[in-house]
Design a protein around this ligand. Sequence first.
Ligand code: UN1
Length: 487
Amino acid sequence: MATFDSVSPARPAEVVATLPVHTAAEVDAAVAAAADAQRAWARVPVPARAERIGACAAALAGRKHELARLVSWEAGKVLVEAGGDVQEAVDMAGFVAGQGRAAWGETVPSELASKLAWTSRQPIGVVGLITPWNFPVAIPAWKVFPALLAGNGVVIKPSELAPRCCEVFVETCIDAGIPAELLQVVHGGAEPGEALAVHGAVGAVSFTGSVATGRRVAVAAMERGPRTVSLELGGKNAMIVRADADLDLVIDGAIFGAFGTAGQRCTSTSRLVVEPSVVDELVGRIVDRAGRLRLGDPLDPATDVGPLITAQAAERVAAAIDAAVAEGARVACGGKLRRDVPHCGGGSFVEPTVLTGVKPEARAAKEELFGPVLAVLEATDLDEAVGIVNGVEFGLSAAVYTRDINEALRAVETIDAGIVYVNAPTIGAEIGLPFGGTKHTGNGFREAGTHGIRQFSQVKSVYVDYSQRLQRAQIDNRPPVPGETGA
Ligand code: UN1
């Protein structure tokens, strides 16, 4: 049996786990087993499904410390952020459990007497989930819990870069009462991923990850459809800073937004669009703070910024910084690839980097870098700033910092993104509201909030006519059209 190693990004010689590479036949077996279990699960009343999901919330909370250490070890996130990752899964389970006792459909008045009209939600069957390494517990939770509440079986393929986190997440859910056959994990890269996405019994595919892979998965899945495919892809998120903003708040937000998770969130702040009168002061103070961030072992509570997920990822980010300089940007701080960080033999880090003098049309202003790099741009008025924010192909999250309520609300209205923050950075979405973006960030679906369940269920519209006669919709009891003779 072929296997692969999941390693610690801080010390790649350290093997976190050895996992099987599942073949297409094994994916097929996992889907078949989930489909079998799903038939029984679909008959469990929704509130009873929700109770099991509520138990998952408690079980995950009980293992939060242990899971956070694993996230930190396997995905390289600093401990405090790894704890946030696990907490997001706990929150999601709690929220979804609550939805098990909330409204499940709509009723509307019928246009005819003695007739009822309502919707109900039906399971899809088996859903295929493909998840990234950067939120290795939270993102599986965003997808798994709504899918289960909606009555589906689940086969999940986590990223090869953080598979153990997903396994422990799933084990915890199974220990808490989710039937083991219902929730299956498969491992490996493109082969099992594609086998899952194109499987005839997989009625919905939900993918979070890179633009290139997402498009490939979607095309393959749709060619062999029918099924729904939801995509959550890249971002190039910006923070607008107006001159009247509280600069202390801006600095805290920019540091956390740009350099938290070493810039490897799809929500990371990668552009700062600043009013020129405050740009020098702001950049000076951000550079000062960024230069004092400690690179180090993510498991050490004193570390601020961990490694990039792989050596290749770090090399790609370093090359993008060089390309930005070639396009006229100046490195105000950072900029270097580091392999000499104490206690992190073999780990690849990129120093928190601030680029100034970035032109809106430069690649550093447009492309997602997925690393700790903040590009500073200038814009005098709000409309110009929003134009820069909107001038990229992604639309995930954006922020505006100002004390002027009118400008804040104008920015909220005109920014083309799925998530907008006022006086808070572009990272840190809560699970109660929908998560997702516009343009190339996705394909219109939203995860979390009350929207989470929609992508994993089918709506059924139900009409019940108890008049005991044929009633013709749009015809009976309506004013006749001139010249109409009636039936
Ligand atoms: C991601 O990077 O894919 O809003 C998810 C945030 C987190 C989720 C990020 N709650 O930053």
